[in-house]
Ligand binder design. Structure first.
Ligand SMILES: [Ca+2]
Ligand SMILES: [Ca+2]
Ligand SMILES: [Ca+2]
Length: 334
C-alpha cells in the first residue's frame, strides 16, 4: 500500500503458492535386484501434489543419464558402453520449485546372449514321425528364460519351453516331405536372444518291397538264396534285413542283405536239415527310420527237389535262378 501526504492510498498485490512437499517417485520396472540387458527400459511413476513434476532424472552409479519430462517418461538406459556387473539405478523427481525425491534399486547387467549347443537330431538329418528335438542351452549371467520352436514360413510358434530340459516333440506328419527349417529362439532372463535355424528333411513314406525271389524247395544243408527289390523315394534305403525262423516262428535270426545291383538286395539263409520248413520275411528301414515289413514266406528243406528244378541245377546258373523264380511266382509270390 502506498500513501501520499494528503492521505490517499493505493494497493497492489500478487499471489504466490508455497510448495514444501517433495514429489513421490517409484520405479515400476526393472525390479530391484533383477537382471537387465543392454537396453533397459525404466518405467517410472512420479507425481507431485502442489507445483507438479518438472522432470525425472536417471542416474547410474550416481552419474546422470539425462532428464525426462512429463507427461510421458520414456526412459531408457543404453548400457552399450557399460561392462557387465551390478549397478545402482537411481531416479530423481523434481517438482517445479525444486523439491526432490529419489528411488534407487540394484540391477545386474547381462549383455551375453545364451549359447545353443548341439541340437539333436543333428542338423541336416532325415526325420520321420514324431521327432524329439532336444536343445542344450547355457547362459552366462541371468540364465535361460525360455526356448521357443517354430517352423520357418509358418506363422505360429510351435512350442515355448520354459524349463530344462528344453525339448519339443515335433510331429512331422503335419508337414510336407522334404526340406523344413526349424527355428529355435533362446532368450535369457535379461532379454538377450539367440536364434538358430536347423535344416531337416522330412520323410514319412516307408520303403517299398517287391519281387521277392526264393526257392520253394532246397536240399538238405544247402543255402537258400533270397533276392528282393527295395525302393525308397525320399531318404533312401538304409538297412535291409532278412529275418528267418526254423522253429515255426518261435525265434528269428537276422541277416543283413547286401546290395547286389540296382535296387536288388540279396542274402543266403544257411543250410538246414531235411524236413525243416524255413519261414522268412524282409524288414527294411529308410534313412529317416521308416520301416516296411514283407509278408512271411516259407520254403521246405527236402532230400530231393522237384524234377522241374533238377533240370536246371548245375547246368546254367542263370537258368536255375530263372526257374526258381518262375516256380516261386507260380506259388503266388510277387
Ligand atoms: Ca511439491
Ligand atoms: Ca546372458
Ligand atoms: Ca522314405
Amino acid at each position: 500500500m502506498a500513501y501520499d501526504k494528503a492521505g490517499n492510498n493505493k494497493t497492489a498485490s500478487i499471489t504466490f503458492y508455497i510448495d514444501n512437499t517433495e514429489p513421490s517417485v517409484s520405479i515400476v520396472f526393472p525390479i530391484d535386484g533383477s537382471w537387465v540387458g543392454t537396453y533397459v527400459y525404466v518405467n517410472v511413476s512420479a507425481s507431485d501434489e502442489l507445483s507438479g513434476v518438472y522432470a525425472v532424472e536417471l542416474l547410474i552409479n550416481g552419474s546422470s543419464q539425462g532428464y525426462y519430462y512429463p507427461p510421458d517418461y520414456d526412459i531408457y538406459w543404453d548400457a552399450t558402453e557399460y561392462a557387465e556387473g551390478t549397478y545402482n539405478l537411481t531416479v530423481v523427481a523434481y517438482d517445479n520449485v525444486n523439491n526432490t525425491a529419489s528411488k534407487s534399486i540394484v540391477v545386474h547387467l547381462d549383455k551375453t546372449s545364451p549359447v545353443v549347443g548341439v541340437v539333436s537330431p543333428a542338423n541336416r538329418s532325415w526325420v520321420s514321425g514324431v521327432v524329439e528335438i532336444s536343445v542344450p542351452v547355457s547362459d552366462v549371467g541371468a540364465g535361460v528364460d525360455y526356448v521357443v520352436f517354430g517352423i520357418y514360413g509358418q506363422p505360429e510358434l510351435l512350442y515355448n519351453d520354459t524349463a530344462e530340459p528344453y525339448e519339443y516333440s515335433w510331429d512331422t506328419r503335419s508337414y510336407a516331405e522334404g526340406k523344413q527349417l526349424l527355428a529355435i529362439i533362446v532368450k535369457d532372463k535379461a532379454g538377450n536372444y539367440q536364434c538358430v535355424v536347423l535344416e531337416y528333411y522330412v520323410d514319412n513314406t516307408p520303403p517299398s518291397i517287391s519281387a521277392v525271389e526264393y526257392p520253394s524247395e532246397v536240399k538238405g544243408n544247402e543255402v537258400a538264396k533270397i533276392n528282393v527289390t527295395v525302393i525308397d523315394v525320399k531318404s533312401g534305403v538304409s538297412n535291409v534285413i532278412l529275418s528267418y525262423s526254423v522253429d515255426g516262428g518261435e525265434t528269428w535270426t537276422n541277416l543283413t542283405m547286401d546290395l547286389r545291383e540296382g535296387n536288388v538286395y540279396g542274402a543266403a539263409i544257411p543250410g538246414q536239415s531235411v524236413g525243416t520248413t524255413v519261414q522268412f520275411k524282409i524288414i527294411v528301414f529308410d534313412a529317416a527310420g521308416n520301416m516296411a515289413v514283407s509278408p512271411t514266406y516259407s520254403y521246405k528243406v527236402v532230400s530231393k527237389v522237384s524234377w522241374t528244378l533238377i533240370g536246371g541245377v548245375g547246368v546254367v546258373v542263370g537258368t536255375t535262378a530263372v526257374l526258381v523264380f518262375v516256380l516261386a511266382r507260380r506259388k503266388g509270390v510277387k
